[in-house]
Design a protein around this ligand. Structure first.
Ligand code: C2O
Ligand code: CU
Length: 578
């Protein structure tokens, strides 16, 4: 069982335990003796099962179990101590078991709320709030059931509830230092010499034709995707961005291209958003070859989805053979690009540059010829070997370059089962193919660093964010949501290790701007294949990734989940050079 499914199983068991305790309490109140005892026994079994899930989760990593060990376990123990005896020696009048059983239900519910609303890290504040809630609700039930607790008991309950509430609120609401990431001065544009490649991109609303339908889009130069920008290593690119009428502003972010900070296109961090009628000129040297893409970073969850993206390819030399880009996107629910078929003469080398511009993972399968994955996220792999009938998963924002030599028979690329590019008709059932694991593909070379100057851990989860104007159920990092996640401060030249832990139930495609990270390990298993220098990687539920990078690109860099609605809902922080 993976840690991800264990996290889900633990939630289900908790809900069952709650249902058992509360149902048992209600049945006792209604004097349904047998039912009450059955439900309570069921709750007891579920509660003991949690002892196992929590232990295994704690073993997988403290991040997965902290609040369960520190808050849920003591509350469950209290539940069992209070309700258990009623079960072993059922009272003559079953009604007197109602309050203890309800108490057990409240205690378990309150621990579940801690997991769902706050998660990691477990704090004394949340623990106290949880206790206050349990005591208060139990006291109310007690009264409602017409029981007459003695004065001392009611007083004690009141004192415990109020103290826990006050202490908990105080601890939970203690101000954190606000990070100074936004609204600083934007840095000067760096001089990079005379441009050798010039492009103009004009952002505006447009109607584009997809699968025979007219779709309202936001587009660069009225097309989705925008124009393909190509360059040769050594070129100086100059891209002039105009905003015709995108009222929420536009920028250009060069996804995966480690440009100087001032050219990175993050509104509010590296530049102001380009508003209708305005323009911004980007200039940078193309010194990394590979497959990249560009997209707006202004309200990016909407802008990218609506079509403000395009391909950036930098070649080491003019292309030879067939060199095709396949930027996959979903526009108004319709898949892009349109399928394309072109015969290729046998013996011709073909390079497919696969790009996932959506917010979720896609599955790619190349049928009809052995192929090699030669680059991921723009970086060449070392010692890539031929693959046959193998699928690859590309995370949101990620790129894979696949190469093959055209055989005499047709070849086809399927994306999620749909043929997107082919050299002729191919029918292949690719859905059962095994997946390529890039961590074990190719030939290893030793990690270039033996020590780390800085180590950071990012625990990804969901939680209640009460700091904005309206409360929201945010996607969180270390229990906080943008803009309240403290920035990670590094010095130029530092070797930085990041541990990224996903304790939520959904995939988070992680993306650090301005740097490629070297994968060290996933779930405790060291990467044994080619060195993997990534800018986008899927951290699945229960995953723990360890990656490292050299801090060699000064500035203020976004570091976020590339499921863009998640980033918008809080899962975004910054790396800054101090
Ligand atoms: Cu492709 Cu910050 O994003
Ligand atoms: Cu995410």
């Amino acid at each position: 069982m993976t840690t991800g499914s264990l996290l889900a199983a633990d939630l289900v068991i908790t809900v069952l335990a709650i249902a058992g305790w509360l149902g048992g309490g209600a049945a006792s109140a209604a004097r349904r003796r047998r039912l009450a005892l059955c439900l309570a026994a069921f709750a007891l079994v579920a509660t003991s099962a949690r002892a196992i899930t929590i232990t295994v989760l704690a073993h997988a990593g403290w991040w997965f179990a902290a609040e369960k060990v520190l808050i849920a376990a003591p509350l469950s123990l209290a539940a069992v101590v209070v309700a258990g005896p009623r079960l072993l020696r059922p009272p003559g009048d079953i009604r007197s078991a109602a309050v203890p059983l309800l108490f057990a239900g409240y205690a378990t519910s309150s621990a579940l709320l801690v997991t769902v609303l706050h998660g990691y890290p477990a704090s004394a504040g949340t623990g106290l709030l949880a206790v206050a809630g349990v005591v208060a609700v139990t006291a109310v039930s007690w009264r409602a059931l017409g029981a007459r607790p003695s004065r001392t008991v009611s007083r004690a309950a009141l004192v415990v509830a109020v103290t826990a509430l006050l202490a908990g609120t105080g601890l939970a609401a203690a101000p954190r230092t606000a990070p100074a990431v936004h609204n600083h001065e934007y840095r000067e544009v760096r001089t990079v010499g005379e441009p050798t490649r010039r492009f103009t991109l004009t952002a505006g609303t447009a109607t584009v034709r997809v699968s025979g339908r007219d779709v309202a889009a936001w587009a660069f130069n009225a097309q989705v995707p925008g124009p393909e920008l190509t360059a040769t290593v050594g070129d100086v690119l100059e891209v002039t961005l105009h905003n015709r009428n995108i009222s929420r502003g536009v920028t250009l972010h060069w996804h995966g291209y480690d440009v100087p900070n001032s050219q990175d296109g993050v509104p509010g961090v590296t530049q102001a958003a380009v508003l209708p009628g305005q323009e911004f000129v980007y200039r940078f040297r193309a010194d990394q070859a590979g497959t990249y893409w560009y997209h707006t970073h202004s309200v990016s969850d909407v802008g990218v989805r609506m079509g403000l993206y395009g391909v950036l390819v930098v070649r080491p030399a003019p292309a030879t053979g067939v060199d095709v880009t396949v930027p996959v996107h979903t526009l108004a629910g319709l898949p892009l690009p349109a399928p394309r078929t072109e015969p290729v003469e046998a013996g011709t080398p073909v390079r497919l540059r696969l790009i996932n511009t959506d917010s979720t993972t896609h599955r790619y399968a190349l049928a009809g010829a052995p192929f090699r994955a030669v680059a991921i996220d723009g970086y060449e792999l070392r010692g890539s070997t031929p693959l046959v009938d193998t699928a690859v998963l590309i995370p949101a924002g990620g790129r894979y370059d696949l190469v093959f030599v055209a055989p005499a028979t047709p070849v086809a690329l399927f994306v999620d089962g749909r043929a997107v590019y082919s050299t002729g008709p191919v029918s292949a059932a690719t859905s059962a193919w095994p997946l390529l694991d890039p961590l074990t593909y190719g030939v290893a070379s030793p990690v270039p660093w033996s020590r780390f100057d800085q180590e950071f851990t990012l625990v990804l989860d969901r939680g209640l964010d009460l700091r904005g104007l309206l409360p929201r159920y945010a996607h969180t990092v270390n229990g906080a949501a943008d803009p309240d996640i403290p920035p990670q401060v590094v010095r130029l030249g530092d070797i930085v290790k990041l541990t990224i832990v996903n304790r939520s139930l959904v995939v988070h495609p992680w993306h650090l701007h301005g740097h490629h990270v070297l994968v060290l390990s996933r779930n405790g298993k060291p990467a044994t294949g080619s060195p993997l220098w990534l800018d986008s990687f899927d951290v699945r539920p229960g995953d723990v990734w360890q990656v490292a990078f050299l801090a060699d690109n000064p500035g203020m860099w976004a570091n976020h989940c590339h499921n863009l609605p998640h980033a918008d809902a809080g899962m975004m922080l910054h790396l800054m050079y101090g």
